[in-house]
Design a binder for this molecule. Sequence first.
Ligand SMILES: Nc1ncnc2c1ncn2[C@@H]1O[C@H](COP(=O)(O)OP(=O)(O)O)[C@@H](O)[C@H]1O
Ligand SMILES: [Mg+2]
Length: 228
Amino acid sequence: MPDWSLEGELRKAARADNVESALRILNLLPINEQLATLSSGSDWVRGGAETYIFRFDVRTRSGLTIPAIIKAHTPAIGPRSIDESLSELLRRRQLLANGGIRTPSLYYAGNGIVIERYLPFSFVERFAEVPTQSADRFRLSTELVAIAIVLDEHGFAPIEIIGDLRVDESGDVFMIDFGEDLGPPNNRPNRLQNEQSVSSWLKQHDIQWSYEAIRNEAVELLRRRRNA
Ligand SMILES: Nc1ncnc2c1ncn2[C@@H]1O[C@H](COP(=O)(O)OP(=O)(O)O)[C@@H](O)[C@H]1O
Ligand SMILES: [Mg+2]
């Protein structure tokens, strides 16, 4: 993309003629904040099998940083256009968000790209870093089981979910990939496929609590989120 620029992409997405208003329209710049800098560390890099990603940060004059990521959707050649395939991802994302799974704040989706909140930590790394018997470990386990429960409810049969889960500064867990690895929902129940796979993952990772205890808390967490 020789003529590509971050500023240009943001202006195009927001249909704005300058970057600051584009950021405001996209909700990347809060109402009472002014833009100080827009910075990007590296160029586009391959994300996974279906995306190229571009990281950037919005910094405000008051010192706030909003970390963001652009994902250009590049699905394998198939029967669907990029637009159709992107709408399908957004449908899955909405379905799971309604079920109580956290998904990153979405700033823009269209033209084959998604702009969303960048989540700094990988779930697997965070999980390994927190002490074995800590409340943080319990919380991460609970969030993982909650995600599995929701996926099972909709009959999703992902190839692997844990590797693409991300965690924010406050310890909340997010799902970020709604593409081919996740696959479509299915009306036929897949019983407890996802729960079984996360419970065996937890067993292999030195868990101090019974699966029942974690699951009860996960159900409670989902109940609270769905009533919120
Ligand atoms: N919101 C995000 N925050 C942090 N990293 C992300 C985010 N979205 C994607 N990534 C990174 O980019 C990679 C590829 O994105 P993903 O949505 O999984 O696409 P793919 O379908 O290509 O696997 C992820 O594995 C992750 O490392
Ligand atoms: Mg992925």
